[in-house]
Design a protein around this ligand. Structure first.
Ligand code: DI6
Ligand code: FE
Length: 397
């Protein structure tokens, strides 16, 4: 198929939108066969079936590179506690927070977890998402962590979306191991990682490096097993404080360090040197009413590519909209509209170790979005509005 009469946002480089005003894209199966000005379409594609896009904007499809989209229950009751002044840490230390979602997730059936997750997946697909990263981390025991990852894999079997999984056994310390974090890492987290990997359920290994979770030494023990298993790593780092997570991510050549509000200049330099993507998560910053913004300029100055994601989870970021995340990234973190769009396309792909998507170039996956919009900045400018006209997944509209 030949898509014609389109304004194409190629994102072929990171320094501009790469706009082609009157452009055409030739689809070869699930790949982009050719992209360029309508007047230059190669003869071989001129006989293909034509789809006139009516002058609409075309971008790479959206990728949500950081989500906890599989979980049981919800945390609406905690929302009111925090509105009345309880901090995220206070709620967590009082047994709420992640641990309360663990209870609900352990109790939920596979069917219920899948049905609930699909409501959120469908909302993302409706905004033009074609790949979602899904973390475990609400089981904190072997059976439930495996249950979560199996549900994550099942999503891609029942919806037109690609799923990448991240094992997040080092997300929180379960009640039965309270005060025994090292024992939890050794007796539950690492054996569960091995079991999940053996079942083909793990694409990457993540951790929560924070005062209310695990320190860098404990995370390093999990990362050493990831390295042994040949799995890439990523890390929730410097969200609420700086305890060395970003430096650990750089040391392990992590795909990404995520949240990164408290990253220092030295951390940013280390991340740049190690090509660690900074994944910014404005939904959590907004929900927790944080005040420390990530060092966006330091990332720019040190060549740290920035991705942007929803961090969709029931507690710190009950956000399902990548478009709203883009608006928050610009308004709250002062990212540019170009950085926001790169953050949910090319840089999100890189944060997941994907090299064949996120930009409109020959040979890339034919995952595209067609928008009712005249300029790419409209995608991050609007608040709570979805201008998607159509989504193309693996070359099919
Ligand atoms: O509150 C939750 O349920 C998840 C919080 C989420 N997990 C994490 O490591 N950081 C976060 O913001
Ligand atoms: Fe997260």
């Amino acid at each position: 198929m030949l898509l014609t009469n389109a304004q194409i946002v190629t994102l072929q480089r990171d320094d501009d939108f790469g706009l082609i005003a009157d452009g055409a894209i030739a689809l070869d199966g699930d790949r982009i066969g050719w992209v360029g000005s309508a007047g230059d379409v190669p003869d071989v594609y001129r006989t293909h079936k034509i789809r006139d896009l009516g002058g609409r904007l075309v971008t790479p499809a959206l990728i949500d590179c950081h989500s906890h989209i599989v979980f049981g229950g919800n945390r609406a009751s905690e929302f009111e506690l925090r509105l009345n002044g309880a901090s995220y840490e206070e709620v967590a230390r009082a047994g709420g927070g992640i641990v309360s979602t663990v209870t609900a997730t352990r109790a939920a059936s596979t069917e219920t977890l899948l049905a609930d997750a699909l409501t959120r997946v469908d909302a993302m697909i409706a905004e033009g998402v074609t790949m979602i990263e899904v973390k475990s981390g609400y089981g904190l025991d072997c059976d439930t962590e495996l249950k979560m990852l199996r549900v994550a894999r099942q999503i891609a079997r029942v919806r037109p979306v690609d799923i990448k999984t991240s094992f997040l056994g080092a997300h929180a310390i379960p009640a039965e191991y309270m005060g025994k974090a090292d024992a939890y890492i050794d007796d539950v987290c690492i054996p569960t990682l091995r079991a999940a990997h053996a079942e083909g359920l793990v694409d990457a290994v993540d951790g929560f490096c924070e005062g209310i979770a695990f320190d860098a030494t404990q995370i390093a023990r999990v990362f050493d097993v990831a390295v042994e298993l040949g799995l890439p790593v990523k890390l929730h780092a410097e969200q609420l404080s700086n305890i060395g997570g970003a430096r650990l991510a750089a040391k392990y050549g992590a795909l990404s360090a995520d949240h990164v509000e408290y990253v220092t200049l030295a951390d940013a330099q280390a991340m740049g040197a190690a090509s660690v993507i900074a994944v910014v998560l404005p939904g959590a910053f907004y929900t927790l009413r944080e005040t420390q913004v990530p060092p966006i300029q330091a990332f720019r100055d040190n060549g740290v590519a920035m991705a942007l994601a929803t961090d969709c989870n029931p507690g710190s970021s009950p956000l399902v909209s990548p478009l709203l995340a883009m608006n928050m990234g610009c308004t709250l973190f002062h990212m540019t509209p170009l950085e926001a769009l790169l953050g949910v396309t090319a840089h999100a792909a890189a944060a997941l170790g994907e090299t064949d998507r996120g930009r409109i170039v020959t040979g890339a996956r034919a995952d595209l979005c067609v928008w009712h919009a005249g300029h790419p900045a409209e995608l991050s400018y609007r608040i709570g509005f979805n201008p998607l006209h159509s989504r193309i997944f693996r070359g099919s509209i």
